[in-house]
Structures are given as structure tokens and as C-alpha cells.
Design a binder for this molecule. Structure first.
Ligand SMILES: *Cc1c(COP(=O)(O)O)cnc(C)c1O
Length: 520
């Protein structure tokens, strides 16, 4: 790969430039302010004695500094980011043209509905398309992320049972292969989480499920395909078992590119499903950027004439008889999850993505994502890699992702999944998700998505093989990596503290310059 290998002693901006150097000439703003506000008197005691110690650089130095930093970073525009369960696909740049349109960016959530009919129309159609993709009846675009979508669903499940006088239903069943947010959401929603094991074939252990289901079962949360990348073959039986005790089935649809256009959660028996726009529908994620986790529902009867659509804790965009769009809170909603209607930016992104691809394009997304996973696995096998294995359903076809276990490599050489991840960084690749799902020892959870080329899949497999070979020949070197990155191995515990990621020599430079505070 060809991203920039940063040197260990890259300067920070405070080490560049020279005293008095300027990038441009600042107009006398104080004079302007004085004209508007009159003389400003800042009390003497709060005026600082010395000027702040700011970097003093020419414009070209500033530009080069930040471009260099950007080249040290690794993102989806530098190479593959095969983080399993995260669906890090390429974010088409054309979309920016639309979401940066002032007609979108200048909207304010408190504007009157009649002045925002355009965006409401977009949201109205997006609701319908998403509901259609997952086989449900209606949809709210309210949640800001997948996890918030889950909480929306879990609160709805609570509301459903409360309205039916079924307060005793206090358990939600979650398989042990679930994404960590599932048990967390169930627990935040006030439920007891009942964990059920996965069979060696990768399906839910049906006997354990039957034993876990009782009158107390409020619902079940499931990802299908599971985080192992395996399609749950007994989903219809599972749905029947849960529905028999009036439990609701929640579908974690964060990564729809394993099934989109082929099967629909609604047809598998699910009642509620969330979707991650910032995964399947290509808006960027990570870095704390805004996400969107719409939730779709079957409009099933709760009680009397109350339907599921009447109890969702989030607004829905509706169209009235005169063709006007309105934001409507469901009649029996137990409140809302956040102040405003939705994160419009990623939603517009998802809307255009769906519009651009059309139904056939969405199917091809799935085909390519699934093909990429399975091609990569076959290629790795063909290279003769023996250090990585599958722990569940060895013979089965994977969907959008796969989980390899580096346990054989660890047993043979002492080199762990973490060392493999560091070895990948050294070879110019992004590491996969590691040590998740918890049921796979030394897990490497790999998801290329549909956007990677055959060459990249092969290069990644070769890098894994190379790491395996190095582990046998020079295990101590394999455990020392990364050797070529700007920051080498960091202390996993201390890394949770931002200051400790800074190398100590740099802390010293900053301390000498009296700038340590600038880091915090
Ligand atoms: C990413 C993900 C989530 C959580 O989504 P966020 O937007 O990160 O909150 C839930 N389930 C699965 C399977 C995921 O991959």
C-alpha cells in the first residue's frame, strides 16, 4: 500500500515556524469593533501579561503541516478498512454536492413545517423505501445511531407489553453472538438480558432458546446474518417460538448488505428493525460524525385500535389529505429520544444513494459484498494459510463478513490476534475488528464490503499469510510490530487516557515550552 509512512519524529505545529512569521496580514479588527461597540474596557486584572505562545508560521508551512498530518492518517479514502460489523464502505463524493446544498444546510429544525416541505418529502419517501427494504409497514427516522434505534425498539417493546397489562414480561433474549449494543440497549430499556448460546453450526442453539422462552419473555433481539456472517437458518421457527408467548422480534439491521434485496426481516417474522444509514446506505461514520439509525415497524395491533405505529417514541413524517407533509408524534408515544426530528444530513445521503442505485443496484451491493467475503476466504485458503481457522459452521457460506480465529497461530507461535492486527498496520493496511464476537477466541472479524477490488482482497490475504510466515520465523519481531507507523505499540489501558498516547519525548518538548496544557 502506498499511504505515507510517517516518521517517528514528525514535528508538531509548535516546533515549526519562527518568531514573528505570519501567514497573512490581519486587518485591524479592534478598530472595527470599536466603531460598532464603542471603546471596550477590559479590566486590567484579567488582561494577560504576556502574549499567548501561539505557533507563528507562513501560510505554506501551515498547508504543508496539515497535509502531512492527513497523509499520516488512514481512512477509507486511503485503503480498505475491513472492520467487521462496521460496514466501512466507500462514501461516494458526489453525495457531498447534494448534502452541502444551502437548501439543505441552511434549514433549521425549528422552522415551520410549511417552509420545509422539500426535506419532509425526502424523509417521507425515505421512510417508505426503508420500510419496503426491510419488509415493514412504517418507519421513524428519529434515532441518531444504530444503538439509539435499538433503544427506540426496546422502549416500544416495553410500551407494547405495558399497554397490554403484561408488566411481568421483563426478559429480552439475546444470542451470545450479538453485537454488544443489543444487550446494552435491552438493559437500558429496563429488561433482564437472557443470553443464549450459538451452536457449532453457527445457528442459535434451538434447545437453549426453547428452555429460555417463558411467560416472562418480552422479546428477542437478533442479527441475521449474525456477526459471524452466517444466515440464521431456523429463523422462522425462532419467530414462531417467540410469538407464541407474545414476545416481539427485534432485528438488528445495522449491516443490511448481507441480505438487502434478497430477503426481508419482515418476511422472516421480525416486528421491529433498525437500519444504519451510516453503514449500509453509505454515509460516512466514525470520528463522531452524525449518524442515522431509522427504525421500521410492523403496524401490528397492540390493544383495541392501538397499533404499534401509535406507540413509537419518535416522530414520523406523514402526508395529509391536501398533500402537505407534517411531522407527527405517534398518539401514545412515551416521549422522544432526542430534541429534534432527525439527523437530516446522513438521511439525505442515504436517500440519494438508494435513488441512484435503484432496486437492482441495491441487490448488486449485496451480491458483491457477499462475493468479496467468500472470495477473500477462498484466496486465503489457497495461499495455504493454516494459522487462521473458522470456529462455527466451517463448511457454510459467509454473507457480508467473516470471523477468523487466530487461535491455531497463537498455539503454534505465541502470536495473537492483536499481533496480527499490528502486523497489518505495518503492511499499510487497516486492522480488522479483533476479539469480537466474544464466542470466537483470538477473533479477527473481517468485512470488506462491496467497495473493495479483487486486488485489494488478495493483497489483504497475502498480508495475513506473510504475518503467519513471520510468526513462525521471527515470532519476537511479529510481536513487536508495528515498526513503521507514526505511533508504535501503545499501552492498551493507558490508551484510554488521551494524554498517554503522546510519546514521552513529545510531552517533554511541550513541557519545556510550557505548552503541556495544549494537549488536554
Ligand atoms: C454498528 C452496529 C450497531 C450499532 O450502531 P451504532 O450506529 O454504532 O450505534 C448495532 N449492531 C450491529 C450489528 C452493528 O454492526
Amino acid at each position: 500500500m502506498n499511504f505515507r509512512q510517517a516518521k517517528w519524529d514528525e514535528p508538531i505545529i509548535f516546533e515549526l515556524g519562527s518568531s514573528g512569521r505570519r501567514g497573512f496580514i490581519v486587518p485591524d479588527v479592534e478598530d472595527e469593533i470599536r466603531k460598532v461597540l464603542g471603546e471596550i474596557k477590559i479590566p486590567e486584572e484579567i488582561l494577560r501579561k504576556d502574549p499567548p505562545n501561539l505557533p507563528e508560521l507562513s501560510e505554506v508551512e501551515v498547508a504543508r503541516h496539515f497535509i502531512r498530518l492527513s497523509e499520516m492518517s488512514y481512512g477509507i479514502d486511503s485503503g480498505p478498512v475491513p472492520l467487521g460489523s462496521c460496514t466501512m464502505k466507500y462514501n461516494p463524493k458526489l453525495m457531498l454536492k447534494y448534502i452541502e446544498d444551502p437548501r439543505i444546510t441552511l434549514l433549521h429544525p425549528l422552522q415551520d413545517e410549511e417552509t420545509v416541505q422539500g426535506i419532509l418529502e425526502i424523509m417521507y419517501y425515505l421512510q417508505r423505501w426503508l420500510a419496503n427494504i426491510v419488509g415493514m409497514d412504517l418507519c421513524t427516522l428519529h434515532p441518531a445511531a444504530g444503538a439509539q434505534g435499538e433503544l427506540t425498539g426496546v422502549i416500544t417493546i416495553r410500551r407494547y407489553h405495558d399497554l397490554k397489562g403484561q408488566e411481568h414480561k421483563d426478559e429480552i433474549i439475546v444470542p451470545d453472538s450479538a453485537h454488544g449494543t443489543n444487550p446494552a440497549s435491552a438493559s437500558m430499556g429496563g429488561f433482564k438480558v437472557v443470553e443464549i448460546p450459538t451452536s457449532p453450526d453457527g445457528n442459535v442453539d434451538l434447545e437453549a432458546l426453547e428452555a429460555a422462552i417463558s411467560d416472562r419473555t418480552a422479546g428477542l433481539m437478533l442479527t441475521n446474518p449474525s456477526t459471524l456472517g452466517l444466515f440464521e437458518e431456523n429463523i422462522l421457527t425462532i419467530a414462531e417460538l417467540v410469538h407464541k408467548v407474545d414476545g416481539l422480534l427485534y432485528y438488528d439491521g445495522a449491516n443490511l448488505n448481507g441480505i438487502m434485496g434478497y430477503v426481508r426481516p419482515g418476511d422472516m417474522g421480525f416486528d421491529i428493525a433498525h437500519i444504519n444509514i451510516h453503514k449500509t446506505f453509505s454515509s460516512p461514520h466514525g470520528g463522531g460524525g452524525p449518524g442515522a439509525g431509522p427504525v421500521c415497524f410492523k403496524n401490528k395491533t397492540v390493544k383495541g385500535d392501538i397499533r404499534l405505529g401509535d406507540i413509537i417514541p419518535g416522530p414520523i413524517v406523514v402526508k395529509d389529505r391536501n398533500g402537505n407533509y407534517k411531522i407527527q408524534m405517534p398518539k401514545y408515544a412515551p416521549g422522544r429520544l432526542r430534541a429534534f426530528t432527525a439527523n437530516v444530513g446522513p438521511l439525505v445521503w442515504g436517500f440519494i444513494y438508494i435513488l441512484a442505485l435503484g432496486p437492482q443496484g441495491l441487490k448488486e451491493v449485496t451480491e458483491t459484498a457477499v462475493l468479496n467475503t467468500n472470495y477473500f476466504m477462498k484466496f486465503l485458503e489457497k495461499l495455504g494459510a493454516k494459522g487462521y481457522t473458522l470456529t462455527h459452521g466451517q463448511e457454510r457460506f459467509r454473507k457480508h463478513e467473516t470471523v477468523l480465529s487466530a487461535e491455531p497461530l497463537k498455539k503454534e507461535t505465541g502470536v495473537t490476534a492483536e499481533d496480527v492486527a499490528k502486523g497489518l498496520l505495518d503492511r499499510g493496511f487497516y486492522a480488522p475488528t479483533i476479539y469480537f464476537p466474544l464466542i470466537v477466541p483470538e477473533a479477527l472479524m473481517i468485512e470488506f464490503t462491496e467497495t473493495e477490488t479483487k486486488e485489494n482482497l488478495e493483497a489483504y490475504a497475502r498480508a495475513l499469510k506473510e504475518i503467519e510466515d513471520e510468526a513462525r520465523k521471527e515470532p519476537s519481531k511479529a510481536k513487536m510490530r508495528p515498526l513503521n507507523t507514526s505511533v508504535r505499540r501503545i499501552d492498551n489501558v493507558k490508551a484510554n487516557h488521551p494524554r498517554s498516547v503522546t510519546p514521552s519525548w513529545r510531552v517533554k518538548v511541550l513541557r519545556d515550552k510550557g505548552l503541556l496544557g495544549a494537549l488536554r
